[in-house]
Design a protein around this ligand. Structure first.
Ligand code: ADP
Length: 359
């Protein structure tokens, strides 16, 4: 049977199983009461997001453990992870990587072979989609050449405060749409950008990596500078990245750069698993002809590279006006346009599956 057929059946089975777990106080099962907000399943990994409406719910840990045990019994070959949205009191999965301040379960870098393909836009929308799925998300904007996350999240001009925690100075991130955000853009003026390339930028990045007060996060998305250069090696040396996502457009030149990106991450000194490729600006559909797709940059280029290099293909995003407008207006389109949210939700689902499989 094909995977496309197995996965929905698996999700149905997971729902059925979790539907047998009853919250002792409300006497409702955790599916129909909406506590299970999100299910992502692949043959190798099952991720469940739970949210308890009452904060410090005394039954949260018990239900989380029951759900984990039940799924492990029925899917012995899959890695099972149950996450609980803040507000509940359940114990978080133990963070594996203590590379930055706070407890961060997975650090995912978003990269691109070249500029202008929508890497920052994808990073922002992925962060929002993961947050909608119930995960605690931070976004580290390390794109020293054009930090655009402050604008995309409507927090331009934010001046990070310093806070003393256990004798250390920590920098407080901005917060917008439930995403914690730290950006090199908070420390430079756009006109300074050129000066900042090189040693000064690296020092500022180091500080952001090690001194940001993230608090506990399920995912930290890191928006890398475009291309493959020294700055990438500096970042990789400071921040333990668990997986990389590469964004491309379908043009041949962009696709050729993807190969360089894949090779950089696969280099044995770097050895970061590539969780997948996302094709952005895959096609254009005019408002007045909603069924027509114009493949103005060519068709399926990134998908072919993904196949050739045996990297998961995470999905494609068309050219949509709301995506561009969202970026300009301070709210990524995933937070305002349900179609865009749906596309990104599907990509985020696959990403979570891919990242958990590789752990
Ligand atoms: P990069 O980070 O790769 O340099 P950006 O994310 O800054 O690229 O995107 C470049 C421009 O393209 C921005 O104006 C952005 O709003 C726009 N853009 C990106 N993806 C899309 C899309 N799918 N549809 C419409 N506009 C997009």
């Amino acid at each position: 049977m094909h995977l496309e057929k197995i996965l929905p059946i698996m999700e149905e089975r997971i729902k059925e199983l979790l539907g047998t777990l009853i919250h002792p106080e409300t006497e409702q099962d955790i599916i129909s009461s909406g506590i299970v907000e999100h299910i992502a399943a692949s043959e190798a990994a099952i991720t469940i997001g739970m949210r308890f409406p009452k904060s410090r719910d005394p039954f949260a840990i018990k239900l989380k453990n029951q759900a984990e045990a039940l799924l492990k019994t029925h899917f012995p070959d899959a890695k099972v992870l149950v996450m609980v949205k803040e507000g509940g009191t359940a114990k978080r999965p133990e963070p594996k990587n203590q590379t930055t301040t706070g407890d961060i379960t997975k650090v995912i870098a978003v990269a691109s072979g070249k500029g202008g393909v929508g890497k920052s836009t994808v990073a922002a929308n992925l962060a929002v989609a993961l947050s909608h799925m119930g995960f605690r998300v931070g976004l580290l904007d390390a794109d020293i050449y054009g930090p655009s996350q402050p604008k995309m999240f409507g927090v331009e001009g934010y001046l990070p405060d310093a806070e003393q925690v256990d004798g250390r100075d920590l920098i407080v991130p901005a917060e917008s749409l439930d995403v914690k955000l730290m950006s090199i853009g908070f420390f430079i003026r756009p006109t300074d950008a050129l000066l900042w390339r090189g040693a000064m930028a690296v020092n500022a990045l180091k500080q952001m990596i090690h001194q940001t007060k993230w608090g506990p996060l399920d995912f930290l998305i890191c928006d890398l500078p475009p291309g493959t250069g020294d700055i990438h090696l500096s970042i990789i040396g400071e921040l333990k990245i668990d997986a990389a996502v590469i964004v491309s457009t379908p043009q041949q030149v962009a696709v050729a750069d993807v190969v360089r990106g894949v090779e950089m991450f696969r280099n044995e000194q770097v050895a970061i698993p590539v969780a997948g490729i996302i094709e952005n600006m895959a096609w254009f559909t005019p408002e007045e002809l909603p069924d027509n797709r114009y493949y103005i940059f060519g068709q399926g280029g990134a998908k072919r590279v993904a196949e050739e290099y045996e990297v998961p293909f995470l999905g494609e995003i068309p050219i949509v006006q709301s995506i561009m407008e969202g970026g300009d207006q301070g709210a990524p389109a995933s937070s305002i346009d349900p179609r865009v949210e749906e596309w990104y939700h599907a990509i985020a689902d696959r990403l979570v599956g891919s990242v958990m499989k590789k752990s």
